[in-house]
Ligand binder design. Sequence first.
Ligand SMILES: *[C@@H]1O[C@H](CO)[C@@H](O)[C@H](O)[C@H]1NC(C)=O
Ligand SMILES: *[C@@H]1O[C@H](CO)[C@@H](O)[C@H](O)[C@H]1NC(C)=O
Ligand SMILES: *[C@@H]1O[C@H](CO)[C@@H](O)[C@H](O)[C@H]1NC(C)=O
Ligand SMILES: *[C@@H]1O[C@H](CO)[C@@H](O)[C@H](O)[C@H]1NC(C)=O
Length: 447
Amino acid sequence: MLSFLLLLTVTLSVESQKIPGEQKNDSCVCKLSSSIWAFPAVRFEKAMKQLQTCEENLTEFQKRIRDVELPKMKLTLKNIKSRQKRSDFANRNDLYKSLHLQELILELEEIYNTATEVHKKNPSKTTNDLLKELTKARKDVQNMYKSNVFNLETMQKRLRDLNNRVQSCKTIPEDFRSTCHQRIMSRISSPVVTKLNSISKSYISGAWGRDAKPNSKERYWEHCLVSGHKYGNTFRMYNSYEDFMGSKNYKDEYVASSYSHTNAVQGSGTILYDNTVFYQCYGKAEICSFNITTQKTKRMKLDDAGIENTFPFCYYSCRDWTDIDLEADRDAVWVIYATMENHGNIVLSRLDPVELNITHTFKTHLFKRSVSSTFMVCGVLYATRFVNTYQEEVFYAFDTTTGQEINSLSLPFEKVSAGIANLNYNPVDRKLYMYNDGYLLAYNTFN
Ligand SMILES: *[C@@H]1O[C@H](CO)[C@@H](O)[C@H](O)[C@H]1NC(C)=O
Ligand SMILES: *[C@@H]1O[C@H](CO)[C@@H](O)[C@H](O)[C@H]1NC(C)=O
Ligand SMILES: *[C@@H]1O[C@H](CO)[C@@H](O)[C@H](O)[C@H]1NC(C)=O
Ligand SMILES: *[C@@H]1O[C@H](CO)[C@@H](O)[C@H](O)[C@H]1NC(C)=O
């Protein structure tokens, strides 16, 4: 009997096995265990499984990167950026303090000249006292300059107060006090209007109100911001309260051909006065006015105003793009903003609505980011803060006729949602108008 050797190579497992065989009858017979075939099959299966797991793990990994890690990295980057922004601001502040004595002297001269002019036109004990104080301030600054020892911050504060008092002397028109005699607001009613805007609940930022010019036609307006709640170009106008409440018979007016036009609206600080829309111009530290009657646009630069969320209203549940807020008073339009120069505190400028130029500028000590909204009544600026989702409170007032700041007010009022995009006072019906996360609210006010 011949013995043979069968050499079986199991290619998949890259292993070979020797199997002895015998000649029987006319053939060679080998005893072959099937287990050597089963083995690579299992290995193969295992390898396939691993490959699959690997693929699954890879997909899993990619998904994780996309959904978890990338957003995390983005957030970190954003944090770093915003922290850097804050320190930039601090650095610039420092720079301001150390370098600008010369500027301070110029500013003082300007205030002095204005005060002299005011005094010449309308001499009074107030203007006389102011001039005396300004003369003293001038002397102090000269001494600071000579001795090289100075406290710029204190001097700046003093100048800011003096400036406000000089501006106040300029402000008071003959009939001012008599028509708005009892000056500080004492109470705000429950909402007398609560209505969703006529376009969509998803428009959480915008503004609404009634034409604020005394003796103007009764006209209600509604304006929603699109494209990341940042830009707008349409104003929906109603000729009566009934039409407004029924969202009917309206006319859409366009201040620009699209929301990305240079004359389009940025942010929610808009106001309507004398059938003219006043607003922040698209992407610029400028005020635009669009007279609906004449269809003409005017522009005016607002020097140093922080824009693009540099100094938004931001107490809690902040709305973006609230850097520049426009308000209407009886005979003027006011613009509320903040500057680096005033350390992010609110600056208040009075505009001539027709000429669109600044007639007065006041600087407050109120940090703009610490309030949620502002409005003007009879030359007094009011500021509100967030209490909770359903309550807001007026806590601060700045009287432009005296330059006095009041920090102790507490006038609570209700809202239906947390975020305030716009709050404005209308001197015609003495109502406050609020754009509250897509809801349009109005309140009565009491002196
Ligand atoms: C060999 O041949 C004989 C007769 O033909 C048969 O009986 C026997 O089963 C065969 N053996 C094998 C192992 O095939
Ligand atoms: C797939 O992921 C699991 C659990 O995360 C891990 O235990 C396994 O080793 C991974 N497999 C491969 C092939 O990377
Ligand atoms: C708007 O135009 C009308 C018509 O010319 C004019 O009477 C009015 O004063 C203008 N208003 C403003 C704020 O420009
Ligand atoms: C505003 O503009 C008008 C007209 O151009 C001008 O007479 C007036 O002096 C300006 N007022 C200020 C404060 O610049």
